[in-house]
Design a protein around this ligand. Structure first.
Ligand code: NAD
Length: 483
């Protein structure tokens, strides 16, 4: 049954000022799941004003003792852990992903809060040596009010990757979740309030990109914007934020290469290559969607990839037999189906096309079968454009130099996976690939203690790890004359 949710502004549940609502659908059936307020500029303004007040008034900023900030973050983590099963099921129903993946994401969301709780008490300044006549102090201060905008593929984790370091740093925030998947972010707002986060420190405004996201980016009282989403919207965000000289972090798209050398551990590389693109229905920014295979093993690998993909079982994410769920929305399903048609028209050969679920109750779901294309050229659109669905494009290569050239022949630079048993060759390619995240004999690992972000059109700045915290800090120099 569909439920009506409200957004969270200044410590209270709220409707949109003009009363508008957005329906949210369950991807496995296409049935209505909930509705959320269609926030607009007026609601964004209310939320930003609350965040500004919390920051400037001292309810939550850099003066709040770090150990208190850490305690609140740890309590949020504890509440996420104790409600992980319920939150994971909500995430499945909202986004379509398999339950096992959603449970792992809840665990990671809790860990990210714990990780940044630890940083809150350990973020020390520096004293650079400037000679006997002065003392020079470098201190770190929160950047201020942050506008955080996230997509729908990892709804809670993407939000937490921004919220946790922002709060640890002493910033306040307004989060705008994706209109397709706003439900776990709203739960998080309630959890944070129960954990003792003061009113205004974290606000969640639901709504569309143009109506709620754009005014948040443009708002003059917002100091920093952190955006995860598509390249094209990222350009709009950067352009709009420039007018008020906001700090900006952008996590954008990818067309990541997955390079398999003939000397790789064959079974491991085939399983990893499939995992690299088919995890989360291919709705992963760093998905290994461009598969490059050394010619000596090309035919065998293609056959093995098709056999591996044939084991994928599509279904409702809540069904524990499901290994691939539906795409997030009818719009995304149609977009991916269009790319499959484009691939066929471009002359790519589909060496595998999976089956849709047979259950009649899933007939209205947004399912797309996994597809493996053998591409005739690296210039095809399916080899260059981000599809963001379960579509693998495979091409042969001949040697290390060609592997590097093809891996870098893209506008993007987010991830790259390399499969080889020759460590020197693997490291040579890892160094030469222009990407922010490189995996050697692995794929898609994204430990929150590491860093995340892209080269080239894949973004600006880094999330996670210490760099993810620095994105929410301003450095200040205090110079004291001693003589
Ligand atoms: P999107 O760019 O359409 O939307 C992302 C978010 O931005 C949503 O909340 C949306 O409402 C909002 N938005 C849309 N227009 C806006 C505007 N004009 N101003 C402000 N906000 C606006 O992307 P999507 O389709 O939701 O997500 C898929 C994209 O996200 C893919 O390109 C994927 O690669 C990327 N992504 C990147 C990463 C990363 O870490 N690099 C992670 C996940 C997803």
């Amino acid at each position: 049954m569909s439920s009506e949710r409200r957004m969270f502004i200044d410590g209270e549940w709220a409707d949109a000022r003009d009363g508008g609502r957005i329906p949210v659908f369950e991807p496995s059936t296409g049935a209505p799941l909930a509705s959320v307020p269609a926030g607009t500029e007026a609601d964004v303004h209310r939320a930003v004003t609350a965040a500004r007040r919390a920051f400037d008034g001292g309810a939550w900023n850099g003066e709040v003792p770090p150990r208190h900030r850490a305690a609140v973050l740890n309590r949020i983590a504890g509440r996420i852990r104790s409600r992980a099963g319920e939150l994971a099921r909500l995430e499945v129903r909202d986004s379509g992903k398999p339950l096992g993946d959603a449970l792992a994401e809840m665990d990671e969301a809790a860990f990210i809060f714990e990780y940044y709780a630890g940083w809150a008490t350990k973020l020390a300044g520096e004293i650079p040596p400037v000679g006997p006549e002065a003392l020079n102090l470098i201190t770190y201060e929160p950047v201020g009010v942050c506008g955080l905008i996230v997509p729908w593929n990892f709804p809670l984790v993407m939000a937490v990757q921004k919220i946790a370091p922002a709060l640890a740093a002493g910033c306040t925030a307004v989060l705008k979740p994706a209109e397709d998947t706003p439900l776990t972010a709203l739960e998080l707002a309630g959890i944070a309030a129960e954990a003792g986060l003061p009113a205004g420190a974290l606000n969640v405004v639901t709504g569309t990109g143009p109506e709620a996201g754009a005014p948040l980016v443009a708002h003059p009282a917002v100091d920093k914007v952190s955006f995860t989403g598509s390249r094209d919207v990222g350009v709009q965000v950067a352009t709009s934020a420039a007018a008020t000289l906001k700090r900006v972090t952008l996590e954008l798209g990818g067309k990541s290469p997955n390079v398999v050398f003939a000397d790789a551990e064959f079974t491991e590389a085939v399983a990893g290559t499939c995992r690299g693109i088919f995890t989360n229905q291919g709705e992963v920014c760093s998905a290994g969607s461009r598969v490059l295979i050394q010619r000596e093993i090309f035919d065998d690998a293609l056959e093995a990839l098709a056999a591996q993909a044939a084991r994928i079982r599509l279904g409702d994410g809540l069904d524990t037999r499901t290994t691939m769920g539906p795409l997030v929305s009818a719009r995304q399903r149609d977009r991916v189906m269009r790319y499959i048609e484009i691939g066929e028209k471009e002359g790519a050969r589909a060496v595998h096309t999976g089956s849709l679920p047979g259950e009649p109750e899933l007939a209205g779901g947004y399912f797309v079968p996994p597809v493996i294309f053998h591409a005739s050229s690296h210039d095809l659109r399916i080899a260059q454009e981000e599809i963001f669905g379960p579509v693998m494009t495979v091409l042969p290569f001949d040697g290390v130099d060609e592997a590097i050239r093809l891996a870098n022949d893209t506008a993007f630079g987010l991830g790259a996976a390399i499969w080889t048993n020759d460590v020197r060759k693997g490291l040579r390619v890892a160094k030469a690939v222009r990407a922010g995240v490189v995996w050697l004999n692995d794929t898609q690992a994204a430990p929150s203690e590491g860093i995340w972000g892209g080269f080239k059109a894949s973004g600006v700045g880094r999330e996670l790890g210490r760099q993810g915290l620095e994105a929410y800090l301003e450095a200040k120099q205090i110079h004291i004359k001693l003589t």
